[in-house]
Design a protein around this ligand. Sequence first.
Ligand SMILES: [Zn+2]
Length: 472
Amino acid sequence: MKYDPVRKNDLVIKNGLVIQEDHIQKTDIGIASGIIQKIGPDLEGDEVIDARDLYVIPGGIDPHVHLEMRAGEITSSDDWESGTIAAAIGGTTTVIDFIEPRKTQSLMDALDERKAMAENHSVIDYSMHMTLIGSGPSQFKGIQNVVNAGITSFKTYTTYGIKLTDEEMISAMTEVNRSGGMVMTHCENDAIIEYLRHQLISEGKVTPQYHPFSRPVDAEGEAVERVIALANTAHVPVYIVHVSTSQGADAIRRARSRGQTVWGETCPQYLLLTEDEYKRPGFEPAKYLCQPPLRSKENNIALWKGLAEDTLQTVGTDHCPFFYNGQKDRGKDLFTKIPGGMPGIESRLCLTFTYGVGKGIIDLIRWVEVISGNPAKIFGLYPRKGCLLPGSDADIVLFNPNKSGVISREMLHENVDYTPYEGFLYQGYPVMTIAAGQVIARNGEFTGKGHKGKFISRKPADLGKFRTHEGK
Ligand SMILES: [Zn+2]
């Protein structure tokens, strides 16, 4: 498949409002061989899609999903097929998942194993981040090979059994930087969490209502500050995943204003849901149990502000679904045994549009940046993805700003028995998803049976492709 401006279009999307990186224009897009060939007026092609009154945007890129993820004896409930079908219907055409090597496994073996799980199952294009676990510097030896294999981002944790000590973090970051990669980190202070968990349990406070008290805002704030300092020491670009607090966002803003290459991600659950969900009766708070936990309304507001002001650059979902009945209930007697995570892969575009653009917090161009353009640039997919330019992959979403309704479990395609967004109003919804020039979803249904996504080899982040801070 090649960019060839003189060949005839297989498909033309006509009359849509095309949202480009720095402007919006009513125009046509010509596609051939799965690639955008032309953008301009009066294009002709074998097949024509009328996009009148619709926004035409680059397909969403979800930089943070956990499909078929092992969690002890269980596995997150969306597999590569069901999860990517739900993503596609919701307007996402690329996902970046994770490779989690076992302690004794080489990074490259883990990469091959994970790729094999996705291959022939994912209906959209995909990549993965490599997780570095704390088992000594020998684990960090294969990093250059991983970068050469097209995986340029490395996930580290400051908590859980796979956490790195500060010393291990610096040596991992140094090695990643030497290999041309970047680090992304789950930031929560492990000692605070361990101390509070033990205290709660010793007082008999074992129901999911107590989960948020075990992971306070300080645990995130401290860890974000520390990880930024460690990254600065190692001179490595760092991406803070699922920022949930104003403390975390403030630390990122300060580092960026000093000129450090730091990016922040937040998620719909931290923008839209609050800790009030943990006051629900009985076991119901388990549906909302995730790490970090949901926070206060004030934090929601601070994160929206962070997105608008470019303190935070992306919205990922951290999609990690577990059935309420049959999986979450493993922790009926002790909240620390509840598998953490919630679904969200399908609702990311409609929620960020409705509550971000619709409420006047971010504009259309910024919306496309945080759901697609910035993930592409940070994770080395740009300009192949994350934009609508001649030569880019024809991953395109038609979005109807006038389609409204109420989110319900029944309308979604995620393989799980609830949605945390049940009853949320939406104003604006994806009505067509095109991947590699093929229509794979239309009006809430998957139509791409037989369509297969590809593993996308990624480059290091292009630090010159950002409007602010970097490159100054
Ligand atoms: Zn995650």
